[in-house]
Design a protein around this ligand. Sequence first.
Ligand code: NAD
Ligand code: UD1
Length: 341
Amino acid sequence: MNILVTGGLGYIGSHTCVELLEHGYNVIVIDNLSNSKIEVKDYIKTITGKDINFVEGDVCNKQTVEHVFATYPVDAVIHFAAYKAVGESVHKPIAYYQNNLMSTLTLCEVMSKHNCKKFVFSSSATVYGDPKQVPIDETCEVGATTNPYGTSKVMNEQILQDVYISDPTWDVVLLRYFNPIGAHHSGLIGESPVGIPNNIMPYIAMVANKELPELHVFGNDYDTPDGTGVRDYIHVVDLAKGHVKALDYMTRQKVGVDAINLGTGNGYSVLELVQAFEKDNHIAVPYVIDPRREGDIAVCYAATDKAKDVLNWVAKKDIHDMVKDSWKFKMGLQGVVHEEN
Ligand code: NAD
Ligand code: UD1
């Protein structure tokens, strides 16, 4: 099967390319390198021994996408390409809506023309806003987002619903990721944001590496056991495997439109994450307590039953794997590149 992976050289996309190649899929990647580096293509080859077909280009550009579909017989699309910085989206809403919506619309238009109607979309737990209950299951209300990035994910989900309503021969899986961290155990691919990171794990890694003096813990007065925010951190390799399972699901049966959480079901506080990082990596992460960050919620973790029942997928890696692999990638270590699936 030929899978088009948009944004396939990015953080989650590159790990998904590895899993797809290791499961025998042919992979075509389109990426404009706005938030990734071309070297990732070679790292994917080093890890898997296989090549991806790479097209450098913008998914919002219809001619580029047409060219890809004219060149390769695409069977399904996994759509990662998007802008994803929450804070930046508040300052650049037009750029965020343009990129995050036009990419999906362009893909749907060209896919429809080429009769390719299997779509896996990178959504986010952010669509649930401040949840009324935890664990969050897929029936929880969606839409109370607090920033253009989050709103663009809700809008994308709606667009794909409407495309399906207009033509029920489509199959769409909306994967709602919780908090991806970690890296491939080879240490070759991982998350390397430009500048000062917004998300916690790259920030912790920079503090441990003495590139930043201390971690700012955003609030210790939440209604949680130690007062700091609780999140469902998920290893990026587990997340990547979830995409292969989503393709299996769509190949096995008619799906329609289905939203599925990808998380571990476990919540860890900021301080628990810091302590695990320090203990497992034998390195200090100095921190100070700051006021709460605007827009943050206290607790967020996934109900995982649907992913297990529908996709036959559960996250296997634990917090120790996550913190060790994050540090290994940061340190640029290169280890063994094969493991059991
Ligand atoms: P990333 O920035 O590392 O990867 C996105 C990739 O898409 C980059 O390689 C970038 O160059 C490319 N890209 C962006 N716009 C493009 C365009 N118009 N045309 C072609 N390529 C384009 O981000 P990521 O962390 O891998 O996230 C992937 C997807 O998962 C995104 O849709 C993101 O919103 C979603 N998501 C991420 C997280 C997270 O914590 N990382 C959580 C929930 C959802
Ligand atoms: C954020 C985004 C969410 C996105 C997700 C993954 C917001 C409001 N939400 O979620 O839309 O899908 O990233 O990309 O930004 N923390 C600190 N110090 C830091 C950074 C974070 O204490 O320097 C704390 C936060 O308060 C939170 C936890 O660490 O409790 C995780 O934060 P982060 O990694 O930014 O993810 P989320 O806020 O959960």
